[in-house]
Design a protein around this ligand. Structure first.
Ligand code: AMP
Length: 411
């Protein structure tokens, strides 16, 4: 993997694609700067070596039109605060304005370009547009894991213009290493914990990770489709009836791969999908009519705990209960505690993908696990075994080679 650590940036202008698609309040003030903080190590390394930095990002969905609501001018102050340096701003990401600002940039300086998505060409992966961006820098760095699953002009296509000077930023490298640990190089036993609402959204992940893991814990809403397929009564719990055969197939495939599967054995049920509903704990195979499974039961939490404590590498994606409701969040919290305990004993733990990331952040577990992914869709696609366009563009040889006739004329 070619990272910025393989290059000395002295005197170079680095064109960096980051993901500064940050949340803002009604006055456009940044409300969560996590994504800016995440790119700081990469930017610092380049500046400290005497390079200069040209930052490219998108913000929101302006749909290919200039729209002041989505202007990156609103985030200049926050970027400057996080980086501890003045940040210059170009009111366009290509053309004369951008070229002049880039040309005037001195070593140690930072330039932020206006929103890439003010141009349709960005999301269309337009090569000419990518070429106009490429003109601005000597080196291309991709540190935008959050958009690495998109084949956009600035995330993938642009790399062609930097056949030997394209690198992963440090955030990107950390994300890829974390995934690699889970899928390939991690210490065994490897345990994947998959929760969330639906089997259908996790099926490709399950199929891809089966050859890599020793244990598979299935929890949350998706577990009821398995329990029903195994003959249980699940009352009003979430069910994807058309996925019951698939659930049995997964269990069969797991057997073939010698993967131990752990499903919940008991469950906290409610008589309504609401925080104030009546609750009771029951055997997951005997959920009474009119009741629905909302959280992992106490025996289940213990079983999951034991598996996790005996693991050296842990992947967690998806809550194992309706954690948004306080009365049904205890199971997911217990799971977080188990992962924390295992991590303290030296296991590597990766939390990735939408809701589990929200959960660990809201409940103070972010510093208690080894790595929390910054990319929802990109993380899920990686776990599904897909090569992300943003990653392939750096790893692969450039496709933008002169036509064969050129070589014939030269020699
Ligand atoms: P996903 O986006 O598929 O990862 O699913 C996350 C959602 O699953 C969260 O909003 C949880 O509330 C929900 N969830 C987890 N367990 C259950 C359950 N037992 N019943 C209904 N929803 C659940």
């Amino acid at each position: 993997m070619k990272t910025i650590n393989d290059f000395n940036f002295a005197g170079k202008k680095a064109l960096i694609r980051v993901d500064f698609n940050v949340p803002q309040d009604e006055n456009k003030k940044v409300t969560d700067n996590t994504r800016i903080v995440a790119a700081k190590p990469t930017i610092d390394k380049i500046l400290n070596e005497g390079g200069s930095v040209i930052i490219m990002t998108h913000l929101g969905r302006p749909k290919g039109k200039v729209n002041p609501d989505f202007s990156l001018s609103h985030i200049v102050d926050e970027v400057s605060k996080v980086l501890g340096k003045e940040v210059k701003f170009a009111t366009d990401c290509i053309g004369e304005v951008a070229e002049k600002a880039a040309a005037e940039l001195q070593a140690g300086e930072i330039l932020l370009l206006e929103n890439l998505r003010f141009y349709n060409e960005e999301e269309a992966g337009d090569e000419e547009f990518a070429g106009k961006l490429a003109k601005l820098g000597d080196v291309y760095v991709n540190d935008a894991f959050g958009t690495a699953h998109r084949a956009h002009a600035s995330t993938a296509v642009i790399a062609k213009f930097f056949p030997s000077t394209k690198f992963f930023g440090l955030l990107m490298a950390n994300e890829l290493q974390a995934i690699d640990k889970v899928l390939r190089s991690g210490e065994r036993p490897v345990t994947a914990i998959l929760g969330g609402s639906k089997v259908s959204t996790k099926i490709t992940i399950i199929e891809n990770i089966l050859p890599a893991v020793d244990n598979l814990i299935i929890g949350g809403g998706m577990s009821f489709t398995f329990i029903k397929a195994l003959g249980g009564n699940i009352g009003n719990s979430l069910l994807e009836a058309d996925k019951m055969d698939l659930a049995l197939e997964i269990l069969e495939k797991a057997k073939q791969h010698n993967v131990k599967v752990f499903l919940p054995v008991d469950v906290v049920v409610a008589d309504d999908f609401s925080n104030d509903a009546d609750r009771q704990e029951v055997d997951i195979y005997h959920i009474p009519e009119g009741w629905q499974g909302m959280d992992a039961g106490s025996k289940t939490r213990e079983i999951f705990h034991d598996v996790i404590m005996n693991s050296r590498t842990i992947l967690w994606n998806g809550p194992i209960g309706v954690f948004e409701m306080e009365n049904f969040s205890a199971g997911t919290k217990a799971l977080g505690d188990s992962i924390y305990e295992a991590t303290k004993l030296g296991a590597f733990s990766l939390v990735g993908g939408g809701d589990s990331v929200a959960f660990v952040k809201q409940n103070g577990y972010a510093d208690k696990v080894s790595y929390v992914s910054t990319g929802g869709g990109a993380m899920l696609e990686s776990l599904e075994g897909l090569e992300l366009p943003g990653v392939a563009a750096i790893n692969n040889e450039s496709l933008l080679k002169p036509p064969i006739i050129y070589w014939l004329l030269v020699f």
